[in-house]
Design a protein around this ligand. Structure first.
Ligand SMILES: Nc1ncnc2c1ncn2[C@@H]1O[C@H](COP(=O)(O)OP(=O)(O)OP(=O)(O)O)[C@@H](O)[C@H]1O
Length: 489
């Protein structure tokens, strides 16, 4: 639909845009990104024919841009400019109707039934129908933005050029507008070329992204390939972290390296509090945590860690809601807390503080093994929920990479399984040695201060103390459990 080839151009004979090339297919949403002054608006002006090309060619629907008369071009391309103050006191409907101008014929510009129907339709689509008779001076910035979009769409263009369309819009109207653009491009094959300042919105909605730097192409590809930490750092001079979107295969970027005060404080064994009802640990700063807990599962930042005793016959339809109520009743904030449950007696907990090199950890394990399972034969078990039976905490003084978090979980799981083996814990259904229990839970929490610890596999400095700490704690907790219940192998 739109091919830009080796295009250069700018103002007063000076090129701002230099040697830019790209191709946008019909129905695609194409994003132009770049820092302030990188030439995004200038490029849009070259594409819309407002500025002449100094070099290169632009092909629109198979024909050079230069071969279109202004009116013919307006029937193909419409432009939604950055919002500016309005001189005339038009109504909303009159403003939208201006979009039909390129289609009106003859000296007296007849307003046809078709013009009327199109204007009505785009006003409905952009959710401004109820504002039709209002003056443009009486509506909000976000509503104006939708009116100008309706005007651009009333032109029934093949290509829509937008300069920061989500400027002035709140988060829900940003989403609505971009959803609508996606819908129009899918339904009518509308090609959308849009400038974005918000990298995350561009990532969510664009099929392709062109990243400009000083008027030149820095990157041109699908969002996941363009939005790279190193590229963004070079172009925007900002340090960011790239993360996957939690629900979509699109990257999202977070600003990082924001100045934070380092705290002179460490996780220590003595700060773990134990009662009959809960084991708790409260940190003065949030710890980055990866867990499979009832409350606070996945990655997150939490200050409070709770292992709660529940009776063996504990049953509840909404375990999370019940746990939240419990936390609130005991003065803990559910949004700040990782919460686990266990039927094990909490005074039987095993705790170790361990150091190796510059890594130090506290391991906390509660264990009950009546639901022991040999995972290699677990298909022989019925699906039943019992409160978590081996709960493992690994609290770490250090900064872990994501890789190290996952390796820490693997190392700890292997250590637990080895302890089950050495304690000869048998799966009652299969009569083979168990590898864990049916509802074990784990958390790895780190203060994320100090030197980065990249790995936590079995023979790394951190992995060695996790392996030893979890093995010894699990073994000790199982032995106490056996003594308490006169448990026989
Ligand atoms: N009318 C003009 N005459 C001369 N130079 C201009 C004109 N408009 C813009 N420029 C210059 O062209 C360069 C690119 O400006 P442009 O508006 O295209 O950048 P942009 O990427 O859209 O920036 P922003 O993100 O701030 O909107 C800037 O150095 C700017 O000063």
């Amino acid at each position: 639909m739109l091919t830009v080839k080796n295009v250069s151009g700018g103002y007063h004979g000076v090129s701002i845009i230099e040697n830019v090339s790209f191709h946008v297919k019909a129905g695609e949403l194409f994003g132009i990104l770049g820092p302030n002054g990188s030439g995004k608006t200038t490029l849009l002006k070259l594409i819309s024919g407002v500025l002449p090309l100094k070099e290169g060619t632009i092909m629109l629907d198979g024909l050079p841009l230069s071969s279109y008369s202004p009116k013919k071009l307006a029937q193909k391309v419409s432009v939604l400019p950055q919002m500016t103050a309005q001189a005339f006191d038009y109504t909303v409907k009159e403003t939208v109707s201006l979009g039909r101008y390129p289609f009106q014929k003859g000296l007296f510009k007849q307003w046809t039934q078709q013009d009327e129907e199109i204007v009505q339709e785009v006003m409905k689509q952009t959710n401004i129908f109820h504002l039709a008779q209002k003056s443009m001076h009486e509506i909000s910035g976000g509503e104006k933005q939708r009116v100008f979009l309706a005007q651009a769409l009333a032109q029934q263009p093949k290509v829509l050029l937008l300069d920061e369309p989500t400027n002035h819009l709140d988060i829900s109207h940003q989403k609505n507008l971009l959803d609508q653009l996606k819908w129009w491009s899918k339904k009518f094959g509308l090609t959308v070329v849009s400038i974005f300042h918000d990298l995350n919105l561009a990532s969510l909605y664009c099929d392709q992204i062109l990243l400009l730097s000083n008027g030149k192409v820095k990157a041109l590809d699908q969002p996941n390939h363009v939005l790279e930490e190193e590229v963004i750092k070079q172009v925007y001079e900002a340090t960011i972290k790239k993360q996957p979107h939690p629900e979509l295969p699109r990257p999202q970027l977070m600003l990082s390296s924001i100045e934070q005060k380092e705290h002179e404080w460490f996780i220590q064994r003595k700060d773990i509090k134990i009662t009959n009802e809960i084991i708790s640990y409260c940190a003065p700063i949030p710890l980055k945590t990866l867990s499979s807990a009832v409350i606070g599962a996945g990655f997150g930042w939490y200050t409070t860690f709770i292992n709660r005793h529940v009776p063996k016959d504990y049953h509840c339809d909404d375990v999370q809601a019940e746990m939240e109520q419990f936390l609130l009743k005991h003065g803990f904030h559910p949004k700040e807390t990782v919460g686990m449950m266990t039927a094990a007696k909490l005074e039987d907990v095993a705790i170790r503080e361990m150091n190796e090199g510059n890594a130090s950890i506290v391991v906390v394990v509660t264990a009950g093994v009546s639901n022991a399972v040999d995972v290699s034969k677990s298909f022989k078990h019925e699906v039943l929920f019992h409160p978590g039976t081996i709960n493992t905490w690994i609290l770490i003084n250090g900064t872990l990479s994501d890789e190290a978090y996952i390796q820490a979980i693997m190392t700890a799981t292997e250590a637990k399984t080895k302890a089950m083996h050495d304690e000869n814990i048998i799966d009652n259904v299969t009569k083979t040695i168990a590898t864990g229990t049916s509802t074990d839970s784990i958390l790895v929490a780190a203060i994320q201060q100090g030197e980065i610890i990249p790995y936590a596999g079995p023979i790394t400095t951190l992995g060695k103390i996790i392996g030893k700490g979890v093995y010894e704690c699990t073994k000790e907790a199982i032995q106490t459990y056996k003594k308490r219940w006169d448990f026989h192998d």
